[in-house]
Design a protein around this ligand. Structure first.
Ligand code: MTE
Length: 317
């Protein structure tokens, strides 16, 4: 990635996690008060047009497989990558206010029986929204624990019928130079396109996220809808998605085109395969000073290693 210092995250970015802790406590209290019935809420999720709006009651998820403390909201929203708004880590927070998230629709096409376009308002009502607390790891060596809000990608598969030829899924981000000034520069081959193998996409850990920390998605983090795959380096998670295309052959992606020997198609978090320019053995959580060891598949090996049985993950990195 076009970076200067992979782990250059000043500890001064640490902010008080009280805001998130208070909201989480509130949600837990609600769930306790309502007992098991409260877990099945959320038929008819709120319209949530404004980034930062509360998403109401959320379904808790058995896929929150970590007890690690959530990274402060401020760190996750002020430091990140969204090249359409500039290549610096602070650029997305500075420029993403230009993104218009309504009206918004997502076209699903390619190897499907019938191509369809869905309005974001409909998508928000596909399934009860879940909170999924995931460890995330960027290829650059920083990591975070993020309480995402979303639903499994498989919800989309219930609404479109992929043909027998569909083996991969592409995720296309918006590329509008009027809203996204850096799309005018050849930083990447726009639009930003990422892709998964179909079995990776339908794995229960893969979600389409519409929010985080109990609120609608901040623009700099990929409003109104983005992909989240916790066992892969963060760049696989395309933001502000406008098109999902099912294809037969493994597609080229924005990053495999930018640096095929640095960013492989699979991009599974693998501490044993160094990036061409730096080690991947350790990571630093946003807001923390000391590095910690990076785990294979970012700690999700038990859930996902079977997807890659028999593959040489040094070759297919
Ligand atoms: N999606 C788009 N459209 N454009 C981008 O530049 N950057 C990727 C990914 N998705 C990117 C993107 C990279 S490199 C990372 S690490 C994550 O978004 C960062 O997401 P976050 O800032 O929300 O943590």
């Amino acid at each position: 990635m076009l970076i200067r210092h992979p782990l250059d995250i000043p500890p001064s970015e640490i902010t008080d996690p009280a805001r998130y802790a208070a909201r989480r406590k509130f949600i837990q209290t609600l769930l306790l008060a309502g007992g098991a019935g409260a877990l099945g809420v959320a038929r008819g999720n709120p319209p949530a047009a404004t980034p930062g709006a509360s998403l109401g009651k959320l379904q808790s998820s058995p896929f929150s497989l970590t007890d690690d403390k959530a990274t402060p909201f401020k760190s996750v929203t002020s430091y990140g990558n969204f090249y359409e708004f500039g290549p610096d880590k602070e650029s997305p927070a500075r420029h993403a206010h230009r993104l218009r998230t309504r009206p918004w629709s997502i076209t699903v096409d390619g190897e499907v029986k019938t191509a369809k376009t869905f309005a974001i308002e409909d998508i928000l009502n596909w399934a009860p929204l879940e909170e999924r607390i995931y460890r995330m790891r960027c290829v650059e060596g920083w990591s975070a624990v993020i309480p995402w809000v979303g639903f499994p990608f498989s919800e989309l598969l219930k609404r479109v019928e992929p043909t027998g030829n569909a083996r991969f899924v592409e995720f296309w981000s918006l590329a509008d130079p009027e809203q996204m000034p850096f799309v005018r520069l050849p930083l990447l081959d726009w639009p930003y396109v990422e892709a998964l193998r179909l079995d990776e996409a339908r794995h229960p850990l893969t979600i389409l996220a519409v929010g985080m920390y109990g609120e609608t998605m901040p623009k700099q983090n990929g409003a109104p809808l983005r992909l989240v795959i916790p066992w892969k380096y963060g760049f696989k998670g395309a933001k502000s998605i406008v098109r999902i295309r099912f294809v037969e052959k493994q597609p080229a992606t924005a990053w495999t085109k930018a640096g095929p020997d640095e960013y492989g198609f699979y991009s599974n978090v693998n501490p044993d395969v160094p990036h061409k320019r730096w080690s991947q053995s350790h990571e630093r959580r946003l807001g923390e000073f000391f590095k910690r060891k990076t785990l294979p598949f970012n700690g999700y090996a038990e859930q996902v290693a079977g997807l890659y049985a028999g593959m040489d993950l040094r070759k297919y990195f």
